[in-house]
Design a protein around this ligand. Structure first.
Ligand code: PEP
Length: 248
């Protein structure tokens, strides 16, 4: 059975005071969650998450990782630094990194490899822009993005990743892919995983991300190949995040 995961992506939001309220709200409202839950936070807040979430079922992690192990890379955060603060997950290849920081498929693959080799679980984001969808390039785009990562990892390493399908046109826009649209792409991603390794296709969770909210989570999560969600805006409100966790 594939594990289910609801992961929050806080992006560049938060403050010590606001995070304390949010983390306490999530922790105290979790109850008996049937899925895994994580928050991916700005690096300066990892220590706060470790202290606030220790002993709870909620895991935490970063939003990016350097391809380098250490050295003269000003501003970058290494995999070992994320691990120092107890991180389990790290997002790689988010569309905001791909577009604002010009991260290409090779760099995303190198980051995924660095994360897995260090013992982190990379949440590998793929997704098409609106223009690519309108030009019928959804399949070729997400396949190209995922294949770059699959090519860089061994069969065993692929079993230790999470994939997130995030149509770029749905991120932060309030527009969500219909469950059928999302399932079509998730099914395609599952078959690419299967080509690399049937064992990986069995165990790797494929999350949906893009304006997932309490009112649309259940129908998306009911699809056979949607194993959870990567949540942006709704992860910043404890009640919304908890309601998505309950829908999982
Ligand atoms: C995201 O940025 O990963 C995301 C899914 O954002 P939102 O939920 O706000 O669309």
């Amino acid at each position: 059975m594939r594990r289910k995961l609801i992961a929050g992506n806080w992006k560049m939001n938060g403050s010590l005071a606001a995070n304390a309220v949010l983390l306490t709200g999530i922790r105290s409202g979790m109850g008996e969650a049937r899925c895994e839950v994580a928050v991916c936070v700005p690096a300066p807040y990892l220590a706060q998450c470790r202290d606030a979430l220790a002993g709870s079922p909620v895991r935490w992690g970063g939003q990016d990782v350097s391809v380098h192990e250490s050295g003269a890379y000003t501003g970058e955060v290494s995999a070992s630094m994320l691990l120092d603060f107890g991180s389990r997950y790290v997002i790689v290849g988010h569309s905001e990194r791909r577009s604002y920081h010009r991260e290409d498929d090779d760099m995303v693959a190198a980051k995924a490899l660095r994360a897995v080799a260090a013992g982190l679980v990379p949440i590998v984001c793929v997704g098409e822009t609106l223009q690519e969808r309108e030009q019928g390039q959804t399949e070729s785009t997400v396949t190209r993005q995922l294949d770059a990562v699959l090519a860089a990892l061994s069969v065993e390493q692929v079993t230790r990743i999470v994939v997130a399908y995030e149509p770029v046109w749905a991120i932060g826009t309030g527009k969500t892919a219909t469950p059928e649209m999302a399932q079509e792409v998730h099914g395609l991603l599952r078959s690419r995983l299967n080509q690399k390794s049937p064992a990986a296709a069995e165990v790797v969770p494929i999350l949906y991300g893009g304006s997932m909210k309490p009112d649309n989570a259940a129908e998306l999560l009911a699809m056979p190949d949607i194993d959870g969600g990567l949540i942006g805006g709704a992860a910043l409100k404890a009640l919304d995040f908890l309601s998505i966790i309950r829908a999982c």
